[in-house]
Write a protein that binds this ligand. Structure first.
Ligand code: SF4
Ligand code: SF4
Length: 389
């Protein structure tokens, strides 16, 4: 094993007073009961490695790899420990020690596919054909992809707001963007789209510890949204990544860009949006990157409640176990975490003849759909109840 040095922010590390208040909010601790799979245990291990009291061994790497990076602990911490930053920095340091096959596979996915729209589209069509031929493992939890490329989105002239479209989300769930654009237009907005290169935000790269790649992508994204119009995002994970560009790039231009980023429900909630109410039950799943990171989950509930019988889960927004590529890299733990989430959703829907789950993050939506739930994006649910234009 290569000798790895962690260079973590000492002030962030020592901010943890080991009180343990975050433990009930950690999905991996809830499932395993293992201190090393809790935020407190992980921080203690990071600190021990940083201070040279502990080596980076397999148990350390496992403790870090089994973190879903949901940041439920960060939201619960009374001492303001920036756990997300600590884990991102740790993952970046561990990246050099990954097995060669894993680094090669990640390089293909993160450098060769995600940032290249045409390659991603071809790969998506190939996956769709593979699904029809039943050669794509169902355990991957992918939605049924369209064999034909979806119709392109059209931008309005002289836009006063942009929609961030992303990479995988645009290739696989463009219908959500279409719904978001229709809702935004119903409020009178003129919606623009990014120029070339404004797709992949680098969220998955940051998650995987590939910071240099994420920085390159962030620079590309910023130039694809000229001017100062708001940048509306309908994927919680992408929104969280875009909001962190100031820290990632460390420039005032990046911080200015991040200040323009807003989740689609936050954008819509105070605007006039004609909606036709129904008694259908919608259980809202709060994606971690919307609730714990952006702290922008309440507008989703408020908006949906104007059209549906909205229910919330009673689990303080505990993670569903999707976590970027977590469901692929840690399938067993991811499924155990998901079981708890599904149980909380079923309890919330009690008494309803049928229900739909609303999820504002494509990763969570795919992960929960693979467990048999009916999932829609809040934008799709709202569009279905939009009054006459
Ligand atoms: S991360 Fe925060 S809540 Fe958790 S043990 Fe440390 S100080 Fe307590
Ligand atoms: S980010 Fe989530 S999984 Fe990781 S330690 Fe914090 S609560 Fe646990």
């Amino acid at each position: 094993m290569t000798e790895i040095r962690l260079r973590l922010d000492e002030s962030e590390l020592v901010a943890c007073v080991a009180c343990g208040l975050c433990l009930p909010h950690c999905p991996t601790f809830r499932v395993t009961g293992d201190e090393l799979k809790s935020p407190r245990g992980r921080i203690a291990a990071m600190r021990a490695v940083t201070e040279g009291r502990r080596a980076v061994d397999e148990s350390f790497t496992d403790a870090m790899d089994t973190c879903i990076q949901c940041r439920g602990c960060e939201a619960a911490c009374p001492s303001g420990v920036q756990f997300g930053h600590l884990m991102e920095d740790t993952r970046a340091a561990l990246e050099v020690d990954r097995p060669a096959w894993r680094r090669a596979a990640e390089t293909v996915a993160f450098r060769g596919v995600l940032p290249h729209r045409r390659v991603l589209d071809v790969a998506s069509r190939a996956l769709a054909v593979g699904q029809r031929l039943r050669v794509v493992p169902e355990q991957l939890g992918l939605p049924e992809l369209p064999v034909r490329a979806p119709e392109p989105l059209t931008a309005d002239p002289d836009p006063d707001v942009y929609l961030f479209t992303g990479c995988v989300m645009d290739a696989w769930q463009r219908g959500v963007h279409r719904a978001a654009m229709r809702l935004m237009r119903a409020t009178g907005a003129r919606v623009g789209l990014p120029t070339a290169g404004g797709d992949c935000c680098g969220a998955l790269h940051v998650h995987a510890g590939r910071r240099a790649d994420a920085v390159r992508l962030a620079r590309r994204v910023i130039t694809a949204f000229p001017g100062d119009a708001p940048v509306v995002v309908d994927s919680a994970g992408c929104g969280a990544a875009l909001l962190d560009y100031g820290r990632l790039l460390g420039t005032s231009a990046a911080a200015d860009f991040a200040a323009r980023v807003v989740d689609v429900s936050t954008f819509l909630v105070d605007r006039d949006l004609p909606l036709r109410p129904t008694h259908h039950v919608v259980v809202v799943q709060d994606p971690c990157h919307l609730r714990h990171v952006q702290k922008a989950h309440e507008p989703v509930h408020a908006l949906l409640a104007r059209a549906y019988d909205v229910r919330a889960t009673a689990d303080d927004g505990l993670c569903c176990g999707a976590g970027g590529a977590f469901s692929v890299t840690q399938p067993e733990l991811s499924h155990q975490v998901r079981e708890r989430k599904v149980a909380a959703i079923v309890v919330a829907a009690a008494g309803a003849p049928s229900f739909t789950v609303a999820s504002a993050n494509p990763g969570c939506a795919m992960h929960l759909a693979a467990a048999g739930l009916t999932i829609e994006h809040p934008a799709e649910l709202l569009e279905a109840r939009l009054g006459p234009d």
